[in-house]
Write a protein that binds this ligand. Structure first.
Ligand SMILES: [Zn+2]
Length: 182
Protein backbone atom coordinates (compact mmCIF):
# COMPACT_ATOMS: atom_id res chain seq x y z
CA UNK A 1 0.00 0.00 0.00
CA UNK A 2 0.98 3.62 -0.46
CA UNK A 3 1.02 5.93 2.55
CA UNK A 4 0.94 9.70 2.29
CA UNK A 5 2.99 11.88 4.67
CA UNK A 6 1.34 11.91 8.09
CA UNK A 7 -0.60 8.70 7.49
CA UNK A 8 -0.70 6.14 10.29
CA UNK A 9 0.58 2.76 9.06
CA UNK A 10 0.51 0.72 12.25
CA UNK A 11 0.98 0.67 16.00
CA UNK A 12 4.30 0.06 17.67
CA UNK A 13 3.02 -2.74 19.92
CA UNK A 14 2.01 -4.86 16.93
CA UNK A 15 4.83 -4.23 14.46
CA UNK A 16 8.48 -3.38 14.42
CA UNK A 17 8.95 -0.52 11.95
CA UNK A 18 11.79 -0.27 9.44
CA UNK A 19 12.63 2.49 6.99
CA UNK A 20 11.50 6.13 7.12
CA UNK A 21 8.86 6.92 9.70
CA UNK A 22 8.18 8.73 12.93
CA UNK A 23 6.41 7.63 16.08
CA UNK A 24 3.45 9.64 17.30
CA UNK A 25 1.77 8.41 20.49
CA UNK A 26 2.76 4.83 19.75
CA UNK A 27 1.63 5.05 16.13
CA UNK A 28 3.95 4.47 13.19
CA UNK A 29 3.49 7.42 10.85
CA UNK A 30 4.87 7.87 7.33
CA UNK A 31 6.92 11.06 6.85
CA UNK A 32 7.12 11.03 3.06
CA UNK A 33 5.14 9.34 0.26
CA UNK A 34 5.98 5.72 0.97
CA UNK A 35 5.46 2.14 -0.05
CA UNK A 36 4.35 0.18 2.99
CA UNK A 37 4.88 -3.57 3.21
CA UNK A 38 3.56 -5.45 6.23
CA UNK A 39 5.26 -8.70 7.09
CA UNK A 40 2.83 -10.46 9.45
CA UNK A 41 5.08 -13.44 10.02
CA UNK A 42 8.06 -11.35 11.09
CA UNK A 43 5.76 -8.72 12.67
CA UNK A 44 7.52 -5.98 10.76
CA UNK A 45 6.30 -3.00 8.80
CA UNK A 46 8.63 -1.62 6.14
CA UNK A 47 8.14 2.00 5.12
CA UNK A 48 10.17 2.86 2.03
CA UNK A 49 10.05 6.25 0.27
CA UNK A 50 8.54 6.17 -3.21
CA UNK A 51 11.33 7.13 -5.56
CA UNK A 52 10.80 10.07 -7.85
CA UNK A 53 11.21 9.36 -11.52
CA UNK A 54 14.43 10.74 -12.85
CA UNK A 55 14.58 12.58 -16.14
CA UNK A 56 16.82 10.99 -18.72
CA UNK A 57 18.25 11.98 -22.07
CA UNK A 58 15.62 11.69 -24.76
CA UNK A 59 12.67 12.37 -22.44
CA UNK A 60 10.00 14.79 -23.62
CA UNK A 61 9.19 17.54 -21.13
CA UNK A 62 6.74 20.45 -20.91
CA UNK A 63 8.20 23.67 -19.56
CA UNK A 64 7.78 27.39 -19.19
CA UNK A 65 10.44 29.73 -20.54
CA UNK A 66 11.30 31.95 -17.59
CA UNK A 67 13.71 34.29 -19.32
CA UNK A 68 16.16 34.48 -22.15
CA UNK A 69 19.71 35.61 -21.66
CA UNK A 70 21.68 34.73 -24.73
CA UNK A 71 23.05 32.22 -25.40
CA UNK A 72 20.50 30.46 -23.19
CA UNK A 73 16.76 30.33 -22.61
CA UNK A 74 16.04 29.27 -19.01
CA UNK A 75 13.14 26.88 -18.59
CA UNK A 76 11.20 25.57 -15.58
CA UNK A 77 10.03 22.03 -16.17
CA UNK A 78 6.30 21.69 -15.52
CA UNK A 79 5.96 18.02 -16.33
CA UNK A 80 7.82 15.09 -17.78
CA UNK A 81 5.62 12.55 -19.48
CA UNK A 82 4.61 9.66 -17.21
CA UNK A 83 6.91 10.76 -14.43
CA UNK A 84 6.42 12.04 -10.97
CA UNK A 85 9.00 14.78 -10.79
CA UNK A 86 10.01 17.13 -8.05
CA UNK A 87 8.86 20.66 -8.67
CA UNK A 88 12.07 22.57 -8.98
CA UNK A 89 13.72 21.24 -12.09
CA UNK A 90 15.33 23.69 -14.49
CA UNK A 91 16.51 23.29 -18.02
CA UNK A 92 18.29 25.38 -20.60
CA UNK A 93 18.04 25.75 -24.34
CA UNK A 94 21.18 26.84 -26.12
CA UNK A 95 20.57 29.57 -28.66
CA UNK A 96 22.98 29.65 -31.55
CA UNK A 97 24.49 33.17 -31.52
CA UNK A 98 24.17 33.27 -35.29
CA UNK A 99 20.40 32.91 -35.10
CA UNK A 100 18.69 36.27 -35.20
CA UNK A 101 15.65 35.04 -33.25
CA UNK A 102 15.60 32.68 -30.26
CA UNK A 103 13.47 29.59 -31.02
CA UNK A 104 11.23 30.27 -27.99
CA UNK A 105 9.64 33.32 -26.39
CA UNK A 106 9.84 34.46 -22.79
CA UNK A 107 6.78 33.25 -20.90
CA UNK A 108 5.86 30.66 -23.50
CA UNK A 109 4.91 27.07 -22.74
CA UNK A 110 7.04 24.67 -24.72
CA UNK A 111 7.46 21.00 -25.48
CA UNK A 112 11.14 20.06 -25.54
CA UNK A 113 13.40 17.03 -25.54
CA UNK A 114 16.23 16.46 -23.10
CA UNK A 115 19.27 16.59 -25.37
CA UNK A 116 21.76 15.93 -22.62
CA UNK A 117 22.43 16.11 -18.92
CA UNK A 118 25.41 18.27 -18.17
CA UNK A 119 26.64 18.88 -14.62
CA UNK A 120 23.15 18.43 -13.22
CA UNK A 121 21.56 20.80 -15.75
CA UNK A 122 19.10 19.62 -18.35
CA UNK A 123 20.06 20.80 -21.81
CA UNK A 124 16.85 20.96 -23.84
CA UNK A 125 16.13 21.24 -27.51
CA UNK A 126 13.03 22.18 -29.50
CA UNK A 127 14.71 21.26 -32.76
CA UNK A 128 12.32 18.56 -33.91
CA UNK A 129 9.09 18.36 -35.88
CA UNK A 130 6.67 18.06 -32.94
CA UNK A 131 8.60 20.22 -30.46
CA UNK A 132 8.45 23.95 -29.86
CA UNK A 133 6.12 26.59 -28.47
CA UNK A 134 2.68 25.24 -27.53
CA UNK A 135 1.23 28.52 -26.31
CA UNK A 136 2.42 32.07 -25.83
CA UNK A 137 1.36 35.66 -25.74
CA UNK A 138 3.03 38.43 -27.73
CA UNK A 139 6.34 39.43 -26.15
CA UNK A 140 5.76 43.10 -26.92
CA UNK A 141 2.18 43.77 -25.87
CA UNK A 142 0.86 40.55 -24.28
CA UNK A 143 -1.67 40.08 -27.06
CA UNK A 144 -2.84 36.79 -28.56
CA UNK A 145 -0.65 35.18 -31.20
CA UNK A 146 -2.05 33.39 -34.23
CA UNK A 147 -0.01 31.10 -36.45
CA UNK A 148 0.87 32.69 -39.79
CA UNK A 149 3.36 30.23 -41.22
CA UNK A 150 5.30 27.17 -40.14
CA UNK A 151 7.37 29.15 -37.68
CA UNK A 152 5.81 32.58 -37.59
CA UNK A 153 2.98 33.95 -35.50
CA UNK A 154 1.24 37.30 -35.70
CA UNK A 155 -0.04 39.35 -32.80
CA UNK A 156 -3.60 40.47 -33.35
CA UNK A 157 -3.15 43.50 -31.07
CA UNK A 158 0.10 45.14 -32.17
CA UNK A 159 0.44 43.42 -35.56
CA UNK A 160 4.01 42.27 -35.04
CA UNK A 161 5.07 39.06 -36.70
CA UNK A 162 7.29 36.93 -34.46
CA UNK A 163 9.68 34.26 -35.68
CA UNK A 164 9.56 31.34 -33.30
CA UNK A 165 9.69 27.55 -33.43
CA UNK A 166 6.04 26.55 -33.19
CA UNK A 167 4.87 23.08 -32.19
CA UNK A 168 2.34 21.57 -34.64
CA UNK A 169 -0.33 21.89 -31.95
CA UNK A 170 0.43 25.54 -31.18
CA UNK A 171 -2.77 27.22 -30.11
CA UNK A 172 -3.89 30.77 -29.81
CA UNK A 173 -4.46 31.81 -26.24
CA UNK A 174 -6.69 34.80 -25.67
CA UNK A 175 -5.73 37.04 -22.75
CA UNK A 176 -8.57 37.67 -20.34
CA UNK A 177 -8.39 41.45 -20.64
CA UNK A 178 -6.55 44.11 -22.55
CA UNK A 179 -4.43 46.74 -20.86
CA UNK A 180 -4.30 49.92 -22.88
CA UNK A 181 -1.12 51.92 -22.47
CA UNK A 182 -1.26 55.58 -23.41
ZN1 LIG B 1 1.68 42.32 -29.72
Amino acid sequence: MIAIPGEKVGVIEAFEPEGEYKLVDGNIVATVLSNVVIDKKEKKVRIQPVKKGTIKEGDIVIGRVEYIQRPFAFVSIISALNKDISTDIKGMIYINPEEEYPPVLEGSIIRARVAKLSAGALILTVDDENLGVIESYCNFCGGPLTRRGKNTAKCSWCGRVLNVKLAPDFRTKVPSYRVILE
